[in-house]
Design a protein around this ligand. Structure first.
Ligand code: AMP
Length: 470
């Protein structure tokens, strides 16, 4: 199971754009821990630094100090399509004659193979869907008569309508920052404004980021979320918005799992704070799935907000029961099931005195394979918990995602293999309850049809074509 990526871009001539990008990427680290990179342009030269590893491992003071420019683009990656190699780290950079651009992609195209084949590309010419987008743009650059400042935007206007699936993109050339959200807006992307000073003079810059906290940490203000199907161009003229896709293709479908798990709790999505939404999920879960118990605990970090909500609505006291090592990333980083298992032990340790002899309600946001959850239940029992009642603040995750999260194949998703009581037995809990789809929709502010959201992982109804038969 892999995560969505994070993108960040800034147009702010005279500011320390590399430092701002570093801070922005650091705030987006939860969206991808496999590689990090940035491209910085000073108007003439574009420099790209990217490497496997965490943001703090890839960039140090010296690297950042050496990256001077007017605008920058950053990316943190967890591979969706394409293997986990240096070649696939982003930003992707292409130069064609005197012109060049860099691109960062969050999402996953669903027509990569068809597009590559229809263009007569031999297998292997492009290494990932993001690379394909860059290649398509570069080919437009090649046939352009004279490189000028509209080249990148003109190329995008041609290429974007060919793409299907999920893509929140940020790009830079020598003079402008561009951001695009696919017509469904599967992955988030927001626009911010930065006020800064150069030699005592106040200036305005523009920032785009996958999530709003990346704006806040650099002192930028959230202007608004970029709309599904919208393209934003920021340069010395300010910001321009356009719509490269036909209006008939625009159908908002933000990934509901951003609310459930991916996004930071302090993010704002669809104008809603993720933390408050998660708490609400917990409250609704308590009403629908009550249990006699002594203590509600959340699995850190993903289950904590919903646990608070569950406790509030049920009247069962909330407390901590599992302590997470602060220096650890997400468990799924570990590639093999064995490594993943020991990863749980490394990451979480029970608070024995608090849980011994108690009937626990344990809240987590989701069960995917069931591996981690089973280990957690065992750990709690070994620490003396009398009963372990598991409550999950989303409906059963039964269908793979093709729009930016590389989930396991269907057979590996435990909810697709067995009914709820089977999952309960597998993970070894005394009882198991999931949030209903209806309650999830209430929490995120959607109608019962889920208008505005993609919930394919929960329903198997895919709003855009998927590349395989299920
Ligand atoms: P498991 O019991 O092995 O299915 O793991 C469940 C845990 O995985 C829960 O704590 C979730 O918060 C977490 N989780 C859900 N989705 C993802 C994801 N895409 N990447 C990593 N962890 C996830």
């Amino acid at each position: 199971m892999r995560e969505a990526c994070g993108v960040f871009g800034v147009y702010a001539p005279g500011a320390s754009v590399a430092r701002l990008t570093f801070d922005g990427l650091f705030a987006l680290q939860h969206r991808g821990q496999e590689s990090a990179g940035m491209a910085v342009s000073d108007g003439e030269t574009m420099t790209v630094v990217k490497e496997m590893g965490l943001v703090t491992a890839v960039f140090d003071e010296r690297t950042i100090a050496s990256l001077v420019g007017d605008l920058a683009l950053g990316h943190v990656r967890y591979s969706t399509t394409g293997r986990s190699t240096w070649d696939n780290a982003q930003p992707v950079y292409r130069s064609v004659g005197a012109a060049g651009f860099s691109l960062g992609h969050n999402g996953n195209l669903t027509n990569t193979a068809q597009l590559a084949a229809s263009l007569g590309m031999l297998p292997g010419v492009v290494s990932s869907d993001s690379d394909l987008i860059a290649e398509l743009l570069a080919r437009r650059f090649l046939v352009a008569p004279e490189p000028d400042e509209t080249l990148l935007v003109d190329a995008l206007m041609d290429v974007l309508p060919l793409l299907e699936g999920a893509f929140s993109l940020a790009l830079i050339d020598e003079a402008q920052l561009v951001a695009v959200r696919d017509p469904h807006g599967f992955r988030p992307l927001c626009l911010g404004q930065l006020t800064y000073f150069v030699a005592g003079q106040e200036r305005r810059g523009w920032v785009v980021a996958s999530e709003s906290p990346a704006l806040e940490v650099i002192g930028a203000e959230l202007v608004r979320e970029i709309d599904p199907g919208e393209m934003i161009v920021a340069d010395h003229n300010g910001v321009k918005s356009s719509h490269p896709f036909g209006a008939e293709r625009v159908e908002p479908r933000l990934c509901v799992f951003e609310f459930v798990y991916f996004a930071r709790p302090d993010s704002r999505l669809e104008g809603r704070e993720v933390y408050a939404t998660r708490r609400h999920m917990g409250e609704l879960l308590a009403r629908r799935s009550p249990v006699d118990a002594d203590l509600v605990i959340g699995v850190p970090d993903s289950g904590v907000a919903a646990a608070e909500g569950y406790a509030l609505a049920s009247g069962v006291p909330y407390g901590q029961g599992l302590i997470k090592n602060r220096y650890i990333g997400r468990t799924f980083i570990a590639p093999t099931p064995e490594a993943r298992l020991s990863g749980v032990r490394r990451k979480l340790n029970p608070l024995r005195a608090s849980i011994a002899g108690k009937r626990l309600v344990v809240i987590d946001d989701s069960i995917v394979r069931g591996t981690t959850t089973r280990e957690i239940v065992r750990m709690l029992r070994e620490s003396g918990a009398r009963e372990v009642h598991l409550r999950i603040s989303s409906p059963p995750f039964a269908w793979p995602c093709f729009y930016g999260i590389d989930t396991p194949v269907r057979e590996e998703l435990i909810a697709s293999r067995m009914p709820v009581d089977g999952v309960c037995a597998h993970v070894g809990a005394d009882s198991l309850g999931y949030l209903s789809l209806e309650d999830l929709m209430t929490a995120v502010g959607a109608d019962s049809e889920g208008t505005g959201f993609c919930r394919a992982c929960l329903t198997g109804i895919y709003p855009a074509p998927v590349p395989i038969d299920l």
